[in-house]
Design a protein around this ligand. Sequence first.
Ligand SMILES: O=P(O)(O)OC[C@H]1O[C@H](O[C@H]2O[C@H](CO)[C@@H](O)[C@H](O)[C@H]2O)[C@H](O)[C@@H](O)[C@@H]1O
Length: 311
Amino acid sequence: MDLKTSHNSPVFVDPLPSLALPMTYTTPTSFPSSGLYLNTPKKKPLPSKIEEVRAAGWLDLMLASSPPRKRQSKDFLPHDVQADDLDLRYRNWMVNYPSALGSFEAITELARGKKLALFLDYDGTLSPIVDNPANAVMSDEMRAAVRHVASLFPTAIISGRSRDKVFDFVKLTELYYAGSHGMDIMGPIRKSESNGHHVECVRSTDSEGKEVNLFQPASEFLPMIAEVFENLSESIKDIEGARMEDNKFCVSVHYRNVAPHDYETVHQRVTAVLKDYPCLRLTHGRKFLKFALSLTGTRGKLWNFCLNRLD
Ligand SMILES: O=P(O)(O)OC[C@H]1O[C@H](O[C@H]2O[C@H](CO)[C@@H](O)[C@H](O)[C@H]2O)[C@H](O)[C@@H](O)[C@@H]1O
């Protein structure tokens, strides 16, 4: 099947989450506006070309897709940014993205007497956000904490990274790993394991010969994803700071190190390549654009796969 043009693709589009915009790019109805921060210093008017893109909403999504850095005492501040302005921006961000630690008692009260399973994110949760994705290593202290938690509750790590990459960072064999946003799941074999009901679930052995369960519902699309990765790599190679990342069933185009005046070019190049692949969905992340297949019901299978296998 020629997935590039076929519109009767077996891949159906889930209802898109708020940050994911349909391939038809209808202008988002809501996105963080520059008015998000109080007392925002008057900004220089943007060149009209960027204003057009801003009107389309994509630029605001890209500019606001990551929290302002929390000011560290040692940080040098650009001459036009006041220290309290950075703190204010960070506090405003936290209003929209509150930390669970602020509600820890309420969460533990809700969990009392219930059977718990823990699902953890990786980047920005178990590892700090850094400029180069390859350097997002997890500290030994954090690894010890996750190992301890996994000894108390069945624990899974769900990430946009490929499963192999996350496992290589975390290095804990007693966990479940769901890479590529759930398109690629691995879990240790349970004693009473029976995987007959997961057609995509095959037994495999890891490097130490230990059997593990694999769930990969989209393997047949890997050649197409590899083709899009190559096309995108070629298309953005002249944009300073832009970086591709292959996450097996997902591909990320990082613009964290790209100058904001080049964001529009990043977005244009990515959408120009993806317009030939109607079965792929473009979404936003923390300073990256990501495309992935959108298989109906993957999330449900992910939870079932993990929860059915958790003690
Ligand atoms: O689902 P997650 O585990 O949170 O993965 C989401 C993305 O995380 C990574 O990118 C983010 O972290 C990088 C390293 O700190 C940072 O450089 C980048 O700007 C962040 O967006 C990962 O590289 C992506 O592929 C994941 O999709």
